[in-house]
Design a protein around this ligand. Structure first.
Ligand code: HEM
Length: 133
């Protein structure tokens, strides 16, 4: 497995753990109502599980598995791949910072996620091809 996939998938597993833990905390609070402020964690729960866990697992696996180039770097530009990884992860952390940082940071986080996704699409698009092409 290429190193970039290792990082995408390890990061996704960390988000799985943190996202499920936040979910368990919310669920417990739903029944016992011990900390009304816990609801402030709902946006982080959603961000960690949807973007951090599910999407990153898919990105790491796609980068690894899709057909490789026959000429030049086998999986395309490495720097584009790492830039995408960095932008998406910084974006997830900033987007999940509701209650910790001013709203502008969450908006910036979404912007970074979009830019990271654009980089990833540019990187992977030429590798989506039929056999023999
Ligand atoms: C991949 C797994 C998961 C995803 C994508 C996910 C996503 C979401 C989303 C989108 C919401 C907001 C729903 C809404 O506002 O209507 C939510 C709420 C919630 N999630 Fe998760 N979740 C996941 C797993 C879990 C787990 C494992 C737990 C508990 C251990 C959990 C506990 C909760 C709770 C307590 C709420 C609030 C429900 C309420 O409004 O009363 N989630 N989750």
């Amino acid at each position: 497995m290429p190193r970039l996939s290792v990082w995408f998938i390890r990061a996704s597993l960390i988000y799985l753990l943190t996202g499920f833990s936040l979910g368990a905390w919310l669920l417990a609070n739903n029944g016992l109502n011990f900390a009304p402020s816990a609801w402030g964690l709902l946006p982080s729960h959603i961000e960690f599980l949807m973007l951090g866990w599910i999407i990153q697992l898919a990105l790491g696996t796609a980068y690894w598995i899709l057909p490789r180039h026959s000429k030049g770097p086998a999986r395309g530009s490495l720097s584009l791949g790492w830039a995408s990884f960095g932008l998406i992860n910084l974006g997830v952390l900033l987007s999940a910072s509701t209650g910790l940082l001013p709203a502008g940071f969450q908006a910036a986080g979404k912007g970074l996620e979009i830019l990271g996704s654009v980089f990833f699409v540019v990187l992977l698009w030429p590798r989506v091809k039929a056999y023999g092409v």
